[in-house]
Write a protein that binds this ligand. Sequence first.
Ligand SMILES: CC(C)(COP(=O)(O)OP(=O)(O)OC[C@H]1O[C@@H](n2cnc3c(N)ncnc32)[C@H](O)[C@@H]1OP(=O)(O)O)[C@@H](O)C(=O)NCCC(=O)NCCS
Ligand SMILES: CC(=O)OC[C@H](N)C(=O)O
Length: 252
Amino acid sequence: MAGLYVITVSIMNLLSTLKKDIRVVFERDPAAKSIFEVLLCYPGLHAIWLYRLSHYFYKKNWVVIPRLISHLGRFLTGIEIHPGAQIGPGLFIDHGSSIVIGETTIIGKNVTLYQGVTLGGTGKEKGKRHPTIGNNVVVACGAKVLGSFTVGDHAKIGAGSVVVKPVPAYATVVGIPGRVILIKGEKTQVEEKPISPKMRELAEELDVDLSHDKLPDPELDMIKTLSHRISDLQLQLEKLKKELEDSKNNHA
Ligand SMILES: CC(C)(COP(=O)(O)OP(=O)(O)OC[C@H]1O[C@@H](n2cnc3c(N)ncnc32)[C@H](O)[C@@H]1OP(=O)(O)O)[C@@H](O)C(=O)NCCC(=O)NCCS
Ligand SMILES: CC(=O)OC[C@H](N)C(=O)O
């Protein structure tokens, strides 16, 4: 009797989780129109369901079966979620291809991930080496969050950014490396990008302004500087040519 009760409760819990997984698609994707469409055409949903199965076996200390399920999920959806990752309720993965979620990642409640996101390690850490993502975080398309730090609740990680440091709650982070530009929608003082002494020396020699308060474009800056330098050298050359001609004329 007790066994039947446990099974009934487990099935009810599972159904309620699956219902929530479907509900968040409608809540967060304006493109979602019908339940059949969502069930059939949302690889994020399929990947999360396969992850739940793989995580169940992972927790029982099985090794190959959970990895095989994860591998199947990756094959079908382009989304690789390690069975060991810990994922809270309400995760929404939109579009889904090229997503990797590492083994020691922890994801809070109501997180949204877009295509091309990596929640990965730096390759330099062992043990807990993947990020901890807080509640209600959005990680936009192509963003890479690398390392065992925490991304605070309600943070937004901008498209294409590479985040390698902890992110405070309510922060918006953009760029490479990722920098906090907003907290609760208010602009923050942008921290100066660390510049190596060698780079600073070279910049001083070439008269490059390194005090950018926006995302820097070092290649463009260097091209501009070199082009100024070439113009300077051309002028000097012209001057020397003229001096040489003058001195020739004087001697003649
Ligand atoms: C991260 C994001 C959610 C920012 O939201 P937000 O907190 O409301 O911030 P804002 O949109 O007000 O942008 C703030 C500033 O950052 C800049 N910015 C925003 N996203 C950026 C990014 N990915 N890279 C560089 N700069 C970015 C904005 O131009 C703006 O600059 P400004 O202050 O000079 O005008 C959003 O810009 C983003 O990246 N969305 C992509 C979502 C996605 O993945 N869509 C794909 C669906 S297929
Ligand atoms: C491509 C894209 O912007 O996707 C985001 C969301 N699915 C939408 O349709 O708005």
